[in-house]
Structure formats: C-alpha cells, structure tokens
Design a binder for this molecule. Structure first.
Ligand code: NAP
Length: 287
C-alpha cells in the first residue's frame, strides 16, 4: 500500500487525487492529523488513519502495511521539522516500508540563505543515514508564492520586495502529478533533478504578467532589506519569520532557484503549467 502523509494539505491531497487516477483506491492510504477532514477520501475507498509526526504510536497505526511512504515535509522549520521528519522516517522503517519518497526542494542545501533549504538538506541526510531506499523529490519553487505576493500588491498596485533573482516557479498540480507517477511507476532513486517548470522569472517578470492579466499596472519596486524587515515586524510578523522571508530573496538573488530542468516535462510528457497560467487561474477564477 502507498501511504501519503499531509493528505489534508494542498500538495498531499492533490497527490492522492492523481494516485486515484492511476491505482485502485484499495492500494492507497493516508496518514492525517484530522481524519474528519479526509472523510470524502474514505468514502471513495482510501484507507484513512490518524497519524501525527508528534506521536510515533499513531504513525505505527497509520503506516501499517505500507510499501511506499510519501513523506510530505511539514509546514514548519528548524529543529521541529527535522525531529518530526525523523519520527516519520523511523516509523516507516518499523512498518517495513521498502521506500520513502520525500518532498524536498530544488534549493535544498546546507549552505542556503533560505532556512527551509537547510531542513530539506538535513532530512535528505537523515534519509541517507536511515539505510532505507529513498527518493527525494526536489520540487520547484511553488508558483502559488507569486499569487500570494500579487494578492498583497493588489490594493496599492505596488509589488514591493527586496532585490531578487529568477525563480523557476512550478505549479502544485504538476508536482502532484509527477509525484504520483514516481510513486506508481518507481522512476526515481535517490535525489531527483530539480522538478521545475520551463521558465525562470524574477519579480519584474511576475509583476509584468500580473499587470497584463489584470489589465492594470502592478509596479515592481525594490525595497531595501532593512526597510522590508522593519515593515514586516511593524505589522506584527515575528522577527525570526521576517528574517526567514528576507532569506528567500537573498537566496533567489544568488540564483539558488534559477535552474530550469526538463525532467518534469519529460516525465509528464506535456508542457509544464506556466506561471502565467497559474496567475491567471488565481487572479481571474472561472475565466
Ligand atoms: N516547493 C516549495 O516551493 C515549497 C513552498 C512552501 C512549502 N513547501 C513545503 O511543501 C510542503 C507541502 O506543501 P503544501 O502546499 O501541501 O503545504 P500545506 O497545505 O501547508 O501542507 C502541510 C501538511 O503538513 C502536515 N503537517 C504539519 N505538521 C504535521 C505533523 N506534526 N504531523 C503530520 N503532518 C503534519 C499538515 O497537516 P494538517 O493538514 O493536519 O495541518 C499539512 O497537511 C509544506 O509543508 C512545506 O514543507 C514547499
């Protein structure tokens, strides 16, 4: 049985949907913190079990009979993330999984300026140390990040952020599909190439697309780092989070997310979803 963690989250749920297109529901299980939220999956024949990375005993139940585990990285950073990912890896081993798939990031590195990349690198090292077969899916930077930035810019017409660099923004939908292919066809071993869309764009490019789609100007303005940080903390964002966000711009400026790789399009056998398409669907829903 393939077991997917984080299946009430955005990526995990999409992966389950893509798996259901390929496999009988009886071969799919989910490990979720709140089974109520996964009731619709249960009604379709997916095995739903409660599992939290905070509670190893719950994972023993949730991973029972697992052959391949998809470990969706948690929405937290630092020690907490690494500890919880380790708990999940250990539980998968106890349950007899033959392979763990992990949702890593194209920028995974112990030297990145963006903190979550350090956690991905540390989790990849933990997988290596665990002595179990693994596939680390080096996902492209979520295109949904630009939707958030453009939505913040809608009121003022200004996309204000520190200096940045090109990023190969990639759609959740495409990442979910390639993950389902990897899980059902076993096409990757170890660390994958970056799984990205086909174009890298900086925020100038994002603002230009947004202006075109909305038919009104969204102006990209470069804000000094200290001003950006002060504005965030002034709006109640904790300092550590402001530092982390600043790290994202520093890393993109250094080109950490600039690589474009053909693997995703080759495996999906179609063009990747473009950033323009993602922005259009989010900014003009139903059109
Ligand atoms: N590639 C990128 O650019 C990029 C960008 C941002 C984030 N990410 C990473 O990709 C992951 C998946 O993305 P997403 O859009 O699906 O995020 P999401 O919707 O926030 O999903 C995160 C999932 O992690 C689960 N989770 C959190 N703590 C957990 C715990 N202690 N035990 C078990 N599950 C736990 C959550 O469970 P509940 O549903 O119960 O809350 C949720 O389902 C993120 O969590 C993050 O690590 C990648």
């Amino acid at each position: 049985m393939i077991v997917v963690t984080g299946a009430n989250g955005k990526l995990g749920r999409m992966v389950v949907e893509k798996l259901l297109d390929r496999l009988p529901a009886s071969q799919i299980g989910v490990s979720v913190r709140d089974p109520q939220k996964a009731q619709a999956l249960q009604e379709r024949g997916v095995r739903v079990r409660q599992g939290s990375f905070d509670d190893p005993a719950s994972l023993d139940q949730a991973f029972e009979g697992v052959s391949q585990l998809l470990l969706v990285s948690i929405d937290n950073i630092g020690e907490v993330a690494l500890r919880q990912h380790r708990q999940a890896i250990e539980a998968a081993k106890r349950a007899g999984a033959s392979r763990i798939f992990y949702t890593s990031h194209m920028g995974s590195s112990p030297n990145s300026a963006f903190l979550p990349m350090l956690d991905h690198a540390a989790t990849e090292a933990a997988l290596q140390e665990a002595g179990i077969a693994y596939t680390s899916l080096r996902n492209g930077f979520y295109a949904s990040t630009t939707v958030m930035l453009v939505n913040q810019a809608l009121q003022t017409g200004v996309l204000a952020a520190p200096e940045d660099g090109p990023v190969s923004w990639t759609a959740h939908e495409d990442l979910a599909e390639i993950t389902a292919v990897a899980l059902s066809e076993g096409i990757f071993n170890g660390i994958t190439p970056p799984l990205t869309a086909s174009e890298a764009l900086d925020l100038d490019g994002v603002a230009a697309f947004a202006s075109e789609i909305l038919e009104r100007p969204i102006r990209r303005v470069v804000v000094p780092e200290a001003e950006f940080q002060a504005s965030l903390t002034g709006h109640g964002v904790p300092e550590a989070v402001a530092d982390m966000l600043l790290g994202m711009y520093r890393a993109s400026k250094k080109g950490e997310f600039a690589r474009v790789d053909p693997t995703l399009e080759r495996v999906l056998d179609r063009p990747a979803t473009s950033l323009r398409e993602v922005l259009k669907a989010a900014l003009l829903p139903g059109q």
